[in-house]
Design a protein around this ligand. Structure first.
Ligand SMILES: *Cc1c(COP(=O)(O)O)cnc(C)c1O
Length: 391
């Protein structure tokens, strides 16, 4: 790509999209199924709040689709992550390993527990946590004592590892599970972006201790706001439900609570949307894959950039398509982003690394050179289901 002249790239992106769109948003929802019908049913029946048939149905549909034994829906993905960390035993003063290159929700959820994020580097291919690099780092800086992972330089317990399936591309779960087993860490999957993504034939989100999904308006399917926790263990699923339902002991009229709980349950109104969206999810995934294939072909002809394709042995949901510049350059990144926006393409860069945010600047971190390089090279492309062009 010629420095400072991104027109060839913009033309290539445009060639993948419908021709009649002056402005192309990054990720917008599609409502072409039973959304109106199910939401109206909630209003007509009066069941709009935290109990109702759509909550149960949505949970069943999620469990069936993901292959997890249990799905517990929540008000949003951030709440799901917070509850998952609490159940993983994360306490005030602990450390939790978490990617530098991620959305802030997971980092904040660690803080809600009074714990400290300890930032880890990314793998250059799938952009998720680099298991091998992390293992090498931990070997040098922790010791295992009484079954706990101790950070030798801070003296704190490292309780868990949060991994994130970036833009829907699965991280290397087998390798990450091994690292967690070896260093006595609970594995939490932030699968917020990855509903419909598979790692070696398994839907992501239930390999570790707990996994979390998000149904925010910009995700692959939406409930307005919403999230879910996935797991395969019945006893743990009951604990998740308890903690996210104000820790209320089920009873027909008594209000007894046995611990500090959270009001994190998804309302029926939102779950109604979720049921309608789940019915369309297989079709959404096909369209997203078709759009990704068009991008891949078009970008293959542009020198200096690479389309981010799904990792080997994985099936990505292609939630957000992304390209990477071959060489890190803030100037080229900025000029490309600004020219795209001028021409109506609402592309965006990757997240600012978490360790650069003011509230997380002084947190412990390993070498983050790959994350730095991703930050300086990545551009997300418009990816809404509605952009898939019929051939
Ligand atoms: C969207 C998202 C979340 C959760 O977001 P909510 O808006 O709270 O549902 C968490 N982590 C990542 C990586 C996300 O992209």
């Amino acid at each position: 790509m010629t420095t400072g002249n991104p027109q060839a790239l913009i033309d290539a992106i445009r060639s993948c999209l419908p021709t009649d769109l002056p402005i192309v948003e990054l990720s917008e929802p599609t409502f072409e199924g039973n959304e109106w019908k199910y939401v109206k049913d909630c209003l007509d029946s009066g069941w709009v709040s935290s109990v109702g048939k759509y909550v149960d149905r949505f949970e069943d549909m999620l469990a069936e689709f993901t292959g997890a034994r249990f799905a517990i829906v929540t008000v949003n993905g951030t709440a799901a992550l917070h509850a998952a960390l609490v159940l993983a035993g994360v306490q005030a003063g602990d450390e939790v390993l978490s990617p530098a290159f991620t959305f802030v929700a997971g980092t904040n959820a660690i803080s809600y527990c009074g714990a400290l994020p300890h930032f880890v580097d990314s793998h250059p291919d799938n952009l998720g946590v680099d298991a091998e690099k992390l293992a090498g780092y931990l070997s040098n800086c922790v010791e295992i004592k009484d079954g706990k992972c101790l950070n030798r330089s801070t003296g704190r317990i490292i309780r868990a590892l949060v991994v994130m399936h970036v833009f829907g591309h699965p991280s290397d779960l087998d390798a990450l599970t091994q690292v967690c087993d070896h260093f006595q860490l609970k594995l939490i999957e932030d699968a917020a972006e990855a509903v419909g993504s598979k790692y070696k034939e398994r839907h992501v989100g239930h390999d570790g201790f707990l996994g979390c999904l998000s149904f925010n308006g910009n995700k692959t399917i939406t409930t307005g706001g919403g999230g879910a926790i996935l797991c395969d263990d019945q006893e743990l699923a009951l604990k998740v439900r308890h903690l996210t339902t104000t820790a209320k002991i089920p009873h027909r009229w008594r209000f007894d609570h046995d611990m500090v709980g959270y009001n994190y349950r998804m309302p029926n109104l939102n779950a109604a949307l979720g049921c309608a969206q789940m019915e369309q999810l297989p079709g959404f995934l096909k369209k997203k894959r078709a759009l990704a294939e068009r991008y891949q072909q078009a970008l293959d002809t542009i020198p200096g950039v690479r389309f981010l394709a799904e990792p080997a042995n994985c099936k990505s949901n292609y939630w957000l398509n992304a390209l990477m510049l071959d060489d890190p350059s803030e100037d080229i990144l900025d000029s490309t982003l600004s020219e795209c926006h001028r021409q109506g393409l609402k592309v965006r860069p990757g997240w600012t690394l978490q360790n650069k945010l003011p509230m997380y600047r002084d947190m412990p971190a390993m070498d983050l050179s790959v994350a730095e390089s991703i930050e300086a090279r990545l551009i997300n492309l418009p990816s809404s289901v509605s952009l898939a062009v019929n051939e």
